[in-house]
Design a protein around this ligand. Structure first.
Ligand code: SF4
Length: 471
């Protein structure tokens, strides 16, 4: 999350939402974006169509800051798409806020995407050399130029052509005045689900948005699937041969909301199983278990259940720290952690504490939290991490530091333990995490991407935007 970016976490980059066939399409998209707010806080946008023309609004900030009843009322039409964005890749600024809107020879086009293209830079260069003028620095605009320049007989065919040229991860929405086209990448790296609200079709990065608006979950969009919704209804096809499914495992570890289901698995339940698995793999004698709120709470409960050590609220999150109040300087980072998290003295004083966290990225936050617990009187702090060591950068839409800044890429577990000042440290194994996610999918890693833990990327990286290991 943006206000937590100084807290040394990986950050999701976007969330997308769409609705087709509802008189309050924009209002429901607003609600949907609300539910997806954790996926991006830098900007938000909605584009709606009444079949003749677009109405749209985009702005910087939270959904509640960008939209109000006044501007929501101005949207017209039964179809809308929306987007929330967190990003450092591609740069910040209103120009990069999505959905992007274009006018081209065949009419209006709006595009919203969650993900990252590995070959965006290469494609962009090719397009620019042959006359394309880019308005933004986002990968998403590459789709627009590929579609606009296509000679294919229909937009649907143009989209298919474009998708066969890009490499990477995406959950993609493309809106014209008479069609919504929806696609996921051939590995299904980024989540996208289909739901129904009466007769209206809904698409969302996470199913928690369905619950908020009272929609029924229908299914996940499959690898390489392309859906078109127009006056003839919904039809589906595959623009490419589906490749090995590789849903981002970090969605389960940290990004997704616990009340979402991804790949048929509830995120809270998966996190609890990760905690239980961690207890089996790395048990420890202690008096209390606590989780780093909020994303580690489920895993901490699982760890406590499996060990019989009581779960306690040893760390409290202050939810009202203003986003702009925390500045990314070293001194203020330290202060920021204190403002954002407090150790509960009454719970941890004189106790041996198991502190469960979802991941260690650079190690700086873990060191500070261990420090908070010790300052509050914990006699021992045993750190248990519900994901394996993050050793590689993500090229699929997750904002990761350069590889050499990932503490686990250069240090052993014992060296990290010393650096963060813990009495013991253990990470779940990659196999244990996959088993804990509990997918029934048969295939490599049960259909999950583990690249940031293993370096085994599901797509080609070489020849793309960046070379493995250089990031
Ligand atoms: S590299 Fe990691 S963060 Fe990126 S998609 Fe794969 S599992 Fe998710």
């Amino acid at each position: 999350m943006q206000d937590e970016s100084i807290f040394d976490e990986l950050n999701e980059e976007c969330g997308v939402f769409a609705i087709v066939g509802h008189p309050d399409a924009a209002q429901f998209t607003y609600y949907g974006l609300h539910a997806l707010q954790h996926r991006g806080q830098e900007s938000a946008g909605i584009v709606a169509t009444d079949g003749k023309q677009f109405s749209f609004h985009r702005g910087m900030g939270l959904v509640t800051e960008v939209f109000n009843q006044e501007n929501i009322k101005k949207f017209k039409g039964h179809v809308a798409i929306g987007h929330v964005r967190y990003s450092t890749a591609g740069g910040t600024g209103l120009a990069n806020a999505q959905p992007l809107v274009f006018n081209y020879a065949k009419g209006e086009l709006a595009i919203a995407s969650n993900g990252n293209l590995v070959n965006a830079e290469q494609l962009r260069k090719e397009l620019e050399e042959t006359g394309s003028i880019f308005q933004t620095t986002t990968d998403t605009e590459v789709f627009a130029h590929l579609i606009a320049r296509s000679n294919a007989p229909s937009i649907e065919e143009a989209v298919k052509e474009a998708l066969n040229r890009v490499v990477g991860a995406y959950a993609l929405l493309i809106l014209t005045n008479n069609q919504l086209i929806v696609a996921t990448d051939p590995h299904q790296l980024r989540p996208l689900s289909l739901g129904m609200l009466s007769d209206a079709y809904i698409f969302s990065s996470e199913t928690c948005a369905f619950d908020l608006i009272g929609a029924e979950m229908v299914r996940d969009i499959q690898p390489g699937e392309l859906l078109v919704i127009d006056q003839d209804g919904l039809r589906t096809s595959y623009y490419s041969k589906p490749k090995e499914r590789a849903i981002c495992s970090f969605e389960y570890v940290y990004f997704a909301r616990p009340d979402s289901d991804i790949g048929g698995v509830n995120v809270h339940a998966a996190r609890k199983r990760m905690g239980r698995q961690l207890a089996v793999e790395a048990p420890v004698e202690a008096d209390v278990v606590t989780g780093v709120p909020d994303s580690s709470t489920s895993a901490a409960i699982g760890f406590a259940e499996a060990t019989g050590i009581p779960y306690e609220l040893g760390l409290i999150k202050n939810r009202y720290v203003g986003r702009t109040f925390i500045q990314p300087s070293q001194e203020l980072r330290e202060q920021g952690v204190k403002m954002k998290l407090s150790a509960v003295r009454g719970v941890v004083e004189g106790k041996r504490v198991v502190m469960v966290d979802d991941s260690i990225v650079r190690g700086t936050t873990s060191r500070r939290i261990v420090g908070l617990l010790k300052e509050a009187g914990a006699t021992e702090v045993h750190v248990r991490i519900s994901s394996p060591p993050v050793t590689h950068s993500c090229f699929y839409g997750i904002d990761t530091p350069e590889r050499q800044q990932l503490i686990a890429s250069t240090r052993s577990v014992e060296e990290i333990r010393q650096e963060i000042g813990a009495d013991s440290l253990a990470f779940i194994s990659a196999e244990g995490m996959v088993e804990a996610i509990g997918s029934s999918h048969i295939g490599k890693n049960q259909g999950h991407c583990l690249a940031c833990f293993t370096g085994d990327y599901p797509t080609k990286i070489k020849g793309g935007m960046v070379l493995e290991g250089k990031r």
